[in-house]
Ligand binder design. Structure first.
Ligand code: SF4
Length: 251
């Protein structure tokens, strides 16, 4: 597990599960899948389980780590914690009792704020009423193109304190994005050797929809060969808005 995070909009990462399988176009260049292969080669204990080569890879088999459940309890200082930077908590092979255990740790550590992001919005919607939702949990879905917009509808049904969208890597326009019940939007382009370009018009349309609806907008990066290649200015300024409950991260 990691303490300090390189993700711009969070402060620490916590991986009670590792590994995953690709589900949609946004997964094509999954950073976690590549990193897991390197971590396996380095002998990292959490990355020794191989996944299905058609959808996953070396060291990226879905694995639950009961021993990692305690990690946030040991962090005394309040943190913004990104849950499962190396997995998807709502993957079909994460047993519901384990998801409940993760939620229980969040509830027992109200000094932290947790961000959970999934592409498995159908399972999220189906199990939501069998979970106890702590007030310090922000629940988000990733959406990369218009084909996946139903994930936003699934998220809207969930009783999370903050519901947010990660539109990254943004691969196409999201015309008609409906922001009712959404409390935060993050947009980012893809980075890495095989990055796919992001059109400025797609980003401006989303930003303007956020402004019209009063939803905080965070523009992470344009993307390119490295995350910093294209910078993060949009029409001459940066956009670092956070939900009202996000003041902790900004301070
Ligand atoms: S859902 Fe996320 S972690 Fe899983 S393969 Fe796709 S991008 Fe990677």
């Amino acid at each position: 597990m990691s303490d300090r995070s390189a993700i711009e909009w969070t402060e620490a990462t916590w991986n009670p599960t590792t590994g995953c399988d690709r589900v949609s176009a946004g997964c094509d260049n999954c950073y976690a899948l590549s990193l897991a292969k390197r971590l396996k080669a380095m002998g990292a204990a959490k990355y020794q389980e191989d996944g299905d080569p058609r959808t996953s890879g070396p060291g990226f088999g879905l694995t639950t780590h009961r021993g990692s459940l305690d990690v946030p309890r040991r962090w005394r200082r309040p943190r913004m914690v990104f849950v499962n930077s190396m997995s998807d908590l709502f993957h079909a092979r994460v047993p519901l009792p384990f998801v409940r255990d993760v939620f229980a740790v969040m509830a027992e550590t109200p000094r932290h704020t947790y961000q959970v992001l999934t592409k498995r919005s159908v399972r999220l919607r189906r199990v939501a009423d069998r979970l106890e939702w702590p007030q310090n949990l922000w629940m988000g879905v990733s959406v990369e193109n218009a084909k996946e917009l139903s994930r936003v509808d699934d998220l809207r049904t969930v009783p999370a304190a903050v519901r947010f969208l990660s539109l990254e890597p943004l691969l196409g326009p999201l015309t008609g994005l409906e922001l009712d019940g959404i409390g935060w939007v993050i947009v980012g382009g893809e980075s890495g050797a095989c990055h796919r370009p992001m059109d400025q018009d797609w980003v401006v349309e989303i930003r303007d929809a956020c402004r019209a609806s009063g939803v905080p907008f965070f523009f992470k990066q344009w993307g390119g060969r490295s995350p910093k290649t294209g910078g993060r200015d949009l029409q001459g300024r940066t956009w670092d808005q956070l939900p009202a409950r996000g003041r902790l991260a900004a301070s």
